[in-house]
Ligand binder design. Structure first.
Ligand code: SF4
Length: 462
């Protein structure tokens, strides 16, 4: 687990810093101690240089902006040359206490974004009472710059601008506070590949240690609360946020983390990643933008054979469900899908097997008898439809088979139902999604539906 934002070099740790660092070394993979002005950043660097798993940043907090000018640019660049420096910041806008004039805050923030570009480092963004201004700033200045909105406090406009621009979102202990349900709700809109956690210690201790001085190992409480809210395991949030932190701050991934995953576990389910190919081009799809999903590298550089999946699944009986769902469309590899599903059922008849599909299996394989071959080895289908009408379907899903796709999809859904498989159709609630017509379609087909929240990976273009 990685605490991506702490201030371990602050005076609140003077009395027991060594002890706190020892805990961090034993229980965390890394801690980033964040500088708030140049002198403070020197302290952060010195601390990081003396500890293996502590990293530092160089930055000027908006409160301190009044004490700096563009003349300090070179000093910042030189400080950031320590190999333990992994980011610029915290930098940003704070209109809550206005301890620096607004114009000065903008000037010093822009200067730091320029420095980050030159240094090729991400920016740690601080913002308070400035969500709209920050959203505008991000849209204008962060094209091609990596970074994270630290201690995100739930503003929708800011979230959209940050995700559109490719930034990460970091949740602190405030997400654990009972009254903060609207902040927790925002977790549903953050792609797994952009999620980070932090303590902001010594401040903002999470439940159940709220009110105490915060310290990096308490980041685990935040991870636990997020896991509970998202219905995931603690280990899932640990993996997801650690891999994300390493990707953002250029820390080395372990050999296991860098491997392309043919099978991957989330919660008690095992997922099978057969291919990167898909006949669709959904407007909201992550493919082409993210190689890592849910903390796993899912983009495959080759098409593995069925036996490689069997070898990795090992014991199918230990999973709540096994799902064919990965970076691409399982029917693109129908023969491997069949072989692996057959093997699973041979060893564990009771383990439910599901196929998550775009529903264009007939067009992909050029055959309409494929469902018969899946009888007894697949139990259910989750079919992503994402529209209630053929026009909307073509506009959003953009299947390569064109006009004939809609009718083939509907026939596939009807056949799946008629042949006795369990089936549900799904949609993503993208901007402008016509929920009414999608629900009408589900009723007409007589199959249940599920709607998932829209997670932005890039700017939504109409
Ligand atoms: S069907 Fe799934 S994998 Fe294919 S483009 Fe759409 S969202 Fe992406």
């Amino acid at each position: 687990m990685i605490d991506t934002h702490a201030h371990l070099h602050f005076p609140q740790f003077d009395e027991d810093r060594e002890e706190v660092i020892k805990e961090c070394e034993e229980k965390l993979e890394a801690v980033i101690t964040v500088g708030c002005d140049l002198e403070d950043s020197r302290k952060a660097i010195s601390l990081a240089e003396n500890s293996k798993n502590i990293f530092a940043t160089v930055g000027i907090h908006p409160h301190e902006a009044k004490n700096y000018s563009e003349k300090d640019y070179d000093k910042l660049i030189n400080l950031a040359k320590s190999p333990k420096v992994v980011a610029v910041g915290e930098a940003g806008l704070d209109f809550y206490r206005n301890l620096s004039p607004k114009e000065k805050q903008y000037e010093i923030f822009e200067m730091q974004v320029e420095a980050a570009k030159e240094l090729k480092l991400p920016v740690i963004i601080h913002t308070r009472n400035a969500a709209k201004e920050m959203a505008d700033f991000i849209r204008k200045h962060f094209e091609g710059v990596k970074g994270v909105v630290h201690c995100f406090s739930g503003e929708k406009e800011l979230l959209e601008a940050a995700l559109d621009t490719g930034l990460f979102i970091s949740y602190s202990g405030i997400v654990t506070y009972p009254k903060n349900s609207s902040l927790r709700e925002t977790l549903k809109y953050v792609p797994s590949s952009r999620l980070l956690i932090e303590t902001d210690s010594p401040y903002l201790a999470p439940q159940p240690v709220r009110g105490k001085r915060n310290k990096p190992i308490f980041v685990a409480y935040t991870a636990r609360a997020i896991a509970e809210f998202l219905g995931l395991k603690f280990s899932d949030i640990d993996r997801i946020t650690s891999v994300n932190a390493k990707r953002l701050f250029n820390l080395p991934l372990s050999s296991e983390e860098s491997k392309e995953k043919l099978v991957y576990q989330v919660g008690n389910r095992l997922y099978i990643n057969l291919t990167t190919k898909c006949p669709c081009n959904c407007k909201f799809c992550f493919r082409g933008y993210e190689d890592f999903i849910l903390g796993y590298k899912l983009k495959l550089s080759r098409e593995p054979i069925a036996e490689e999946y069997m070898y990795r699944i090992k014991n199918p009986g230990v999973y709540e469900e096994i799902v064919f769902c990965g970076y691409g469309e399982p029917f693109e590899r129908f023969e491997e899908l069949k072989k692996v599903a057959e093997w699973i059922k041979k060893f564990s008849k009771e383990t439910p097997v599901r196929v998550d599909t775009c529903g264009l299996g007939y067009l992909i394989t050029g055959r309409e008898d494929i469902l018969d071959e899946l009888k007894g080895i697949v139990d259910s289908f989750s079919i992503s439809v994402n529209a209630g009408t053929p026009e909307e379907y073509r506009r959003i899903v953009k299947p390569k088979f064109g006009e004939k796709s809609w009718n083939s999809l509907l026939k596939f859904i009807k056949d799946v139902k008629e042949k006795g498989f369990n089936v549900q159709i799904t949609a993503v609630r993208y901007p402008g999604f016509d929920e009414k017509s999608f629900k009408e379609l589900s009723e007409k087909l007589g199959v249940p539906f599920k709607i998932r929240e829209f997670k932005r990976f890039k700017k939504w273009e109409e």
